[in-house]
Design a protein around this ligand. Structure first.
Ligand code: UD1
Ligand code: MG
Length: 437
């Protein structure tokens, strides 16, 4: 338990010019989840924070829509124009009047930050009875970061931005990671004293350090252990790098839990997917969103699990198979070239090559469900037009288009009768060569 309550402010008003995109930077995604979502989730997962203020500006309606639809405990506050990080935090002050607790400030474009790090950081602040704690990091190449300035007694006294730094200050390798814990009651007055008299003409949040030191308040720094966590996304190159880092972490965790991943370099698995031990993931598998996959399954090569899959034990998802929002029970096979969407598959179901659940009506825009019960099977190239139920042990003949429910233990077939014209080709050839004479 902490001594005080905690709220957070997440800075997400910046345009992200270098993304060269119509989409605001924080809505760019990794594994289909927006960057801002990763940050809000990390903050929420600490278990300490009951309310988040998201500072929005560029394309604010889009960001606000995402926050509203996904996070009940988060409120967007508009910052327009964007006058700097200090001005951004200041926009939340009307909502924090008389708040006697800690305010964590995090950037919305650092999606690799973990709940564990934020939790340890707040606990450090709390244990030290600090007024202000800044997260710092040691970088061999500290370019573009604000530098942590210490006096001759090694006491942390200020943060100087790269653009305002002297040559000597630029040598400093300890940088501001951009995450702060503020004892709101003692520090909030600092926001009335910020100025924009600096190289960028902005109100710097970092200037609250100097203000607090001058007031003899307790200012601390907390050194981050893993620098990857504050990797900020500014371009699509960064986005790809962060996705790789996140994927590596997710894959290594799964392997530690007993999942066999044949080729980690070509396998992508979202961190929100759980997989049971002894499941084998073959190369070129892409798994996004939230999924649960059981034990002893075989997935891939070249499979795509898109989100909301609940897959049991000993299930086979083979090459060129796409699974979306579907439940698949134990011992079922979907081995080749199939699409299973919005479906429920029982156990011991066998899905033939090229089976498609036609779940979407593009005119009504309605998605419907396909239910395939225990022991049923579909022949190759079947189309199951949802909503439709294939009952226990039913059999769908190859090439059939199923538009009605199929009773248990029955065969369903839609196929024009096969006709064979004997020697048809031979006659054609003779006709043609006769014509050439
Ligand atoms: C900031 C810090 C720097 C630190 C670095 C860590 C300041 C002055 N500098 O620099 O010391 O090393 O982060 O990444 O704070 N934002 C707003 N409104 C604004 C301006 C920015 O919401 O008016 C948001 C941005 O969208 C971004 C975050 O604040 O999410 C940081 O802003 P950015 O301009 O990237 O600051 P840096 O120059 O990186
Ligand atoms: Mg930045």
């Amino acid at each position: 338990m902490l001594n005080k309550k905690v709220k957070s402010i997440i800075l997400a008003a910046g345009k992200g010019t270098r993304m060269k995109s119509e989409l605001p930077k924080v809505l760019h995604t990794m594994f289909n989840k927006p960057l801002l979502g990763y940050v809000i989730d990390a903050v929420n997962k600490t278990g300490y924070i009951n309310e988040n203020f998201i500072i929005v500006g560029h394309e604010s309606e889009k960001v606000e829509k995402f926050v509203k639809e996904n996070y009940e405990n988060s409120k967007c506050i508009l910052q327009s124009p964007q006058l700097g990080t200090g001005d951004a935090v200041n926009k939340a002050t009307p909502y924090l009047k008389d708040f006697d607790g800690y305010v964590i400030v995090v950037c919305g474009d650092t999606p690799l930050i973990t709940a564990e790090t934020i939790k340890n950081f707040v606990e450090f602040h709390d244990n030290n009875h600090a007024d202000l704690t800044v997260m710092s990091a040691i970088f061999e190449n500290p370019k573009n970061y604000g530098r942590i300035i210490r006096d001759k007694n090694n006491k942390f006294v200020a943060i100087i931005e790269e653009k305002d730094a002297t040559i000597e200050q630029k040598e400093v390798k300890e940088v501001n990671a951009g995450i702060y814990c503020i004892n709101w009651k003692t520090i909030s007055d600092a926001f009335n004293h910020l100025h924009n008299n600096n190289a960028q003409g902005e109100y710097y949040l970092t200037d609250i350090v100097k203000w607090a030191v001058e007031k003899n308040l307790n200012v601390q720094s907390y050194i981050l252990k893993n620098n990857d966590e504050i990797f900020g996304i500014n371009s699509k190159i960064h986005l790809a790098q962060a996705t790789k880092t996140l994927n590596k972490k997710s894959i290594e965790k799964l392997m530690e839990e007993g999942v066999q991943i044949v080729d980690p370099d070509t396998t992508y698995i979202s961190p929100e997917t759980t997989i049971g031990a002894d499941t084998i993931i073959l190369p070129n598998v892409y798994i996004t969103g939230k999924n649960t996959i059981g034990k002893k399954c075989k997935i891939g090569p070249f499979s795509h699990v898109r989100d909301g899959a609940i897959i049991g034990n000993n299930v086979r998802i083979g090459n060129f198979v796409e699974i979306k929002k579907s439940v698949i029970k134990d011992n079922t096979n979907v081995s080749h070239l199939s699409y299973i969407g919005d479906s429920e598959l029982g156990s011991h179901v066998n899905i033939g090559a090229g089976t498609i659940t036609a779940n979407y009506n593009p005119i009504s825009k309605i998605k419907s469900k396909t239910i395939i019960k225990d022991g049923a099977n579909t022949g190759s190239n079947s189309v199951l037009v949802a909503p439709v139920t294939i009952n226990e042990m039913a059999s769908i003949a190859a090439g059939s288009i199923i538009t009605k429910d199929v009773e248990a233990y029955s065969l369903a077939i839609t196929r024009s009768p096969l006709k064979i014209f004997s020697n048809w080709v031979k006659k054609k050839i003779e006709q043609l060569s006769g014509g050439n004479k």
